[in-house]
Design a binder for this molecule. Sequence first.
Ligand SMILES: *Cc1c(COP(=O)(O)O)cnc(C)c1O
Length: 360
Amino acid sequence: MTRVFNFSPGPATLPESVLRKAAEEMLDWHGSGMSVMEMSHRGKEFISIHAEAESLLRELLGVPANYKVLFMQGGAIGENAIVPMNLIGKTGKADYVITGDWSKKSIKEAKTYGKANVAATGEASTFTAIPKQSEWKLDPEASYVHICSNETIGGVEYHWTPETGAVPLVADMSSNIMSRPIDIAKYGLIYAGAQKNMGPSGVTVVIVRDDLIGHALPITPSAFNYQLQAENDSMYNTPPTYAIYIAGLVFKHIKEMGGLKAMEEHNKAKAAVLYDYLDNSKFYRNPVAKEDRSLMNVPFKLKDDSLDDAFLKGAHAKGMIQLKGHRSVGGMRASIYNAMPIEGVRALVAYMKEFEVQHG
Ligand SMILES: *Cc1c(COP(=O)(O)O)cnc(C)c1O
């Protein structure tokens, strides 16, 4: 068996030990005689798996007691609608900070459910920098302020937490949740699809402060109503059981690795290997402002884009895959989530050097 270094933006690489554990338990989970996939979500076996996943998530992220953790379906794109359906009803309006493709998608969806205003935008920098908080025009009557904490396509990430006063801060953390410690109390709501840093696609984590629950618009589908999901321990409808199980194994693995502080060290070290090389190269470049660079997704361009195909082909031959940049920005992108080992980043840089020598 040969495993590749998979730089996919998502679904993304998972820790090998987690996959091995899941394989070991595939036919018979802990003597139950069943695969987790075959279990009733209301049976004691799955209830214990669900409870453990939630408790590990709470422990790792330090989720305060006045927040609910929901395991939902619909992905982060689903949440682009589900968040306003549940939250915008308070005042009928919300503020959005636009930092790239994902936050653009979020505001577009929100406009169906209320008045969604652009409080700040990184457009002037062609989304290569996060607008400074001093430039934000926040509406004190907004029901919430929405940000995307890491723009997976553009590779810009907040390395600070916005101050929004009494207005709850909502963050799409799909591509950087669990990559470092965060202060949950500074947020009203956080959502994230699992398939970047937590597990397989199919489960969406929502962490929501109690007082924000219970204001859903009447049109909200029951399965997407935070109150109904909170009252039913995320089991109003059948939850994505297998995805929750794998996420639980990933959380256990992160805990064994030393928790989120250790993840942060590991992620900083990995990103430094790649950015240091990019900054010293005349052949490759990354366009993002240094202070806003993502530790998770590193887009870069070659000096001459006619070499892109040769670059990708050569990488593939060396077992490094999914390096093609998003079609909207072109070039390359290396996604280096928690589960990407530093050896993968070193192998990529070694290949980049070799390619530069041949084509530079
Ligand atoms: C991947 C991603 C999404 C989309 O998630 P889906 O599971 O496809 O709904 C949304 N926002 C961000 C920041 C992402 O990285």
